[in-house]
Design a protein. Structure first.
Length: 196
């Protein structure tokens, strides 16, 4: 039996100060981000098939994205799961350029095990557990999970048994949909869509 898990990255955030917001709350979607979220919802509606549940990270930008996706799909209430939250980082609250500051270079000794934040294996453990638990009651149905770049990217790569170094080219833009396909509880492949 086939099952789809649609991982949606929240839309673009209104962040004129250029802060690395990470797990910080209080960062809302920009107008463009709102449009990206609506477009993702419209795309899922156009693909057809019922969505069994919508589950979101607790952070405001993800909750807002989930609500805008829900507007397009209708009929499904939004749940919250802490396991879908953004990865931790010592750079939260600092300028986007903080990792480039020479005094911060010492925190990058091994890109495979992020010393600047949550280890990839911990991200994989929590996100894979969330995916397994949340899809279990809906065999053959599709679910939508709204999360963040690192959890989506790292969890998807782990399903393919190829965790990348942190500098690998990330394919998970704002408002994108990474759809994981499972057949009889086994991960098969994924498709990726990003707003143009």
């Amino acid at each position: 039996m086939e099952q789809l898990v649609h991982l949606i990255r929240h839309g673009e955030v209104w962040n004129p100060a250029g802060i690395r917001y990470g797990r910080l709350n209080g960062y809302r979607l920009s107008l463009r981000g709102e449009s990206q979220a609506r477009t993702a919802g419209r795309l899922l509606r156009a693909r057809g098939g019922a969505i069994a549940r919508i589950v979101s990270s607790p952070l405001e930008r993800a909750q807002q994205t989930a609500a805008l996706v829900q507007e397009q799909l209708g009929g499904v209430s939004i749940e919250t799961d802490q396991r879908l939250i953004e990865a931790t980082s010592r750079f939260d609250g600092l300028a986007r350029t903080a990792p480039l500051w020479p005094w911060n270079w010492r925190v990058f000794p091994d890109p495979f095990r992020p010393s600047w934040g949550e280890p990839f294996v911990d991200i994989v453990r929590r996100v894979h557990a969330a995916i397994t638990d949340l899809r279990a009651p809906h065999p053959g149905g599709a679910i939508v999970l709204v999360s963040h770049q690192a959890p989506i990217w790292v969890a998807r790569r782990a399903f393919e048994s190829s965790l990348p170094p942190w500098l690998a080219r990330v394919r998970c833009s704002h408002g994108s949909i990474t759809s994981l396909r499972f057949v009889d509880d086994r991960y098969v492949d994924h498709t990726y869509w990003a707003p143009g």
